[in-house]
Design a protein around this ligand. Structure first.
Ligand code: PBG
Length: 317
């Protein structure tokens, strides 16, 4: 008689495990804030900080020493304007941050490529009235990409969900000679309430409206496959599903159908839910994030962007 419990004995259980988390798959997001000189805690994300340009090299070094392979950089500029010009300023905060990390470490630097942290209205594209403009935004995204590559970014990651952003970015990069810079597209990015804590972390709330007109409806599945396919046709080297845990069905399908390197972003709200519950003694934080990361990998993620990358690295020592 088959007894499924036989293989759950200590030692055997690990031997037959089908999913292995690996530090080499994890990416740590970092927020770099032009207006501060020492790290500041992010209230809504206990344990996470905004770094200053001055504190960044030490943080990057610490990550490298722990064996974290890659970081995803977000810049918070001192000044925002209508067109998000800080995003493509060659001397902008993110360009300086990339250069600072590349100068002192050999971390893989991925840059979040979007206008929303840099625009006064907080939207991911140019606006006219309350309309978010698509095609008018594309040349700017190309410019942002080139400025990131020039600063030394290893991978650019467009997150604004503008149609044809990947094509615009690929064309700009190629024209400027950055033919070897890969694009990790936030292809299936949902309009999720789980980005809530990020709005504090990146100071990127919006002045009017919402993102429902460009990010995907959480109710939709097949639309994600179209988004991914279109990004691949436009030249994406890697694709992403975001958020992670509520969208594991999408992640599984994307991985199975397209077999391209597939990233999952375990977003700020996924982090804060667990840390908040742990603070109240309702959950064991470490066990919860290990389970969450394992399940995201099981569902098909080749890479996971997670605010626990550094913590996970410490467990690997
Ligand atoms: C910017 C961007 C956002 C996140 C990553 N890039 C916010 C948004 O789209 O509203 C969210 C990340 C997180 O919640 O951890 N376009």
């Amino acid at each position: 008689m088959r007894r499924m419990r036989r293989l759950r004995a200590p030692g055997i259980r690990e031997m037959v495990a089908q999913t292995q988390l690996s530090l080499s798959d994890l990416v740590q997001p970092i927020f770099v804030d032009e207006r501060i000189s020492v790290p500041r805690v992010i209230e809504a994300m206990p344990g996470q900080f905004r770094q200053s340009l001055e504190s960044l090299p030490a943080e990057a070094q610490a990550l490298e020493d722990l064996g974290v392979p890659a970081v995803l950089l977000f810049g918070l500029p001192a000044i925002k304007d209508e067109t998000g010009s800080g995003a493509y300023d060659p001397h902008g905060i993110i360009q300086k941050a990339v250069a600072a990390i590349k100068e002192t470490t050999s971390l893989i630097v991925i840059t979040d490529l979007c206008l929303c942290e840099y625009t006064s209205h907080g939207h991911c594209g140019l606006v006219r009235g309350e309309k978010i403009l698509n095609d008018e935004t594309l040349p700017l995204l190309g410019e942002v990409a080139v400025s990131h590559a020039l600063a030394g970014a290893d991978i650019v990651a467009p997150s604004g969900m503008m149609d044809h952003m990947v094509q615009a970015i690929r064309t700009s990069l190629d024209l400027d000679g950055y033919t070897d810079t890969p694009i990790l597209s936030y292809s299936a990015k949902y309009a999720s309430t789980f980005y809530g804590p990020f709005r504090e972390a990146a100071k990127s709330g919006f002045a009017f409206g919402d993102r429902l007109g460009y990010q995907m409806n959480p109710a939709n599945f097949s639309e994600a496959l179209w988004e991914v396919q279109q990004d691949i046709e436009e030249g994406a080297d890697m694709v992403m599903v975001k958020p992670a845990m509520p969208y594991l069905d999408v992640l599984r399908a994307v991985k199975d159908m397209f077999a391209l390197p597939t990233a999952a972003y375990q977003v700020s709200g996924e982090y804060s839910m667990i840390t908040a519950a742990a603070e109240r003694g309702w959950l064991d934080e470490r066990a919860a994030f290990l389970e969450a990361l394992t399940c995201i990998k099981r569902a098909g993620a080749d890479m996971i962007i997670t605010y626990w990358a550094k913590e996970y690295a410490k467990l690997c020592l």
